[in-house]
Design a binder for this molecule. Structure first.
Ligand SMILES: [Zn+2]
Ligand SMILES: [Zn+2]
Length: 298
């Protein structure tokens, strides 16, 4: 029995509805799927409902962006009660900051001579009330033939350090950990290869990385993605072993986004991904076992 603990829907920057994400998970033969949209629980209710109807376990999650000097530090809050005020507050703060950031990016693009408006960007995302993010701007730039590919949009305009990049508001690690624990969940370091450690080949120097992992574990982080949709065998072995050495539980997921990352499938990633359901059970158990956790409703 397998599961997928890292997926995105239309509620953030994925291309499928929460219902479709759940349906694809069931079709892939998974016993459980976590919906972990960026900074929002907006898709959760629909996903839980689809899970009940389709007879598959749906786990509540959100992927939070944290400050990190050298790269991207994403942390999944998993198994949380989405009604918990502390975790909602963290997600709302991150969500609220997206509007000003998107407008900042559009202003920089216009200053670079690109004909684009915030209204067009919002329409691309399905409306101003939707989560509007850089992938929507990227696909708009492709439609306008400003760039040829998604990657080019990020390389030239939207990525860190690129022409129209605007830094985003982030949540501190201690805030994310405290809120997740209060909501009865666990925190998981996502795709650690984006943290920006010096990379000899495709993995960081082991001692430096394990020291970093022990540091976040000491601050209350529970787990790390030992398996991930696009890991090579080398990365999988490295991150599995590093998590173990640092006392972090293993987690895993595809980081499914739908048609914007067509090679990554739910439950399977690029083909070799398998996340045992026992990993999920251990994570849920850890979340429930803490004295500061409130009971999870599902
Ligand atoms: Zn991420
Ligand atoms: Zn993700």
């Amino acid at each position: 029995m397998y599961c997928d603990l890292h997926t995105h829907s239309l509620a953030s920057d994925g291309t499928e509805t929460p219902t479709e994400v759940v349906r694809l998970a069931r079709r892939a033969g998974l016993a459980a799927v976590a919906l972990t949209d960026h900074d929002t629980f907006a898709g959760i209710e629909e996903a839980l409902d689809a899970g009940r109807k389709q007879g598959i376990r749906v786990i509540v999650g959100a992927e939070l962006s944290l400050p990190h000097d050298t790269g991207s530090f994403h942390l999944i809050a998993l198994g949380v009660d989405p009604e918990n005020a502390e975790i909602r507050d963290v997600a709302d703060r991150l969500c609220d900051a997206r509007g000003p950031r998107n407008r900042g990016i559009v202003a920089k693009l216009r200053a670079s001579g690109v004909d684009i408006t915030i209204e067009e960007v919002e329409a691309e995302a399905g409306g101003a009330d939707q989560v509007v993010a850089r992938p929507h701007i990227a696909s708009l730039l492709m439609k306008k033939r400003v760039v040829a590919t998604f990657q080019e949009a990020f390389d030239r305009y939207l990525g860190r350090g690129a022409e129209a990049y605007v830094e985003r508001v982030r949540v501190r690690l201690d805030e994310a950990v405290t809120a997740t624990r209060a909501a009865g969940g666990v925190t998981i370091v996502c795709h650690p290869f984006t943290l920006g450690f010096r990379v000899p080949g495709e993995v960081p120097a082991e001692e430096e990385f394990v020291t970093w992992c022990r540091g976040v574990a000491a601050q209350g982080v529970d787990a790390m993605e030992a398996r991930y949709g696009s890991y090579s065998k080398t990365q999988e072995a490295f991150f599995t072993q590093s998590a173990e050495r640092a006392g972090l539980l293993p987690s895993g997921g595809s980081d499914f986004h739908g048609s914007i990352k067509p090679a990554v499938r739910i439950g399977r990633g690029r083909g070799r991904l398998r996340v045992p359901i026992a990993w999920l059970d251990a994570l849920i158990e850890r979340g429930k076992s803490r004295p500061d956790a409130h009971p999870v409703a599902h």
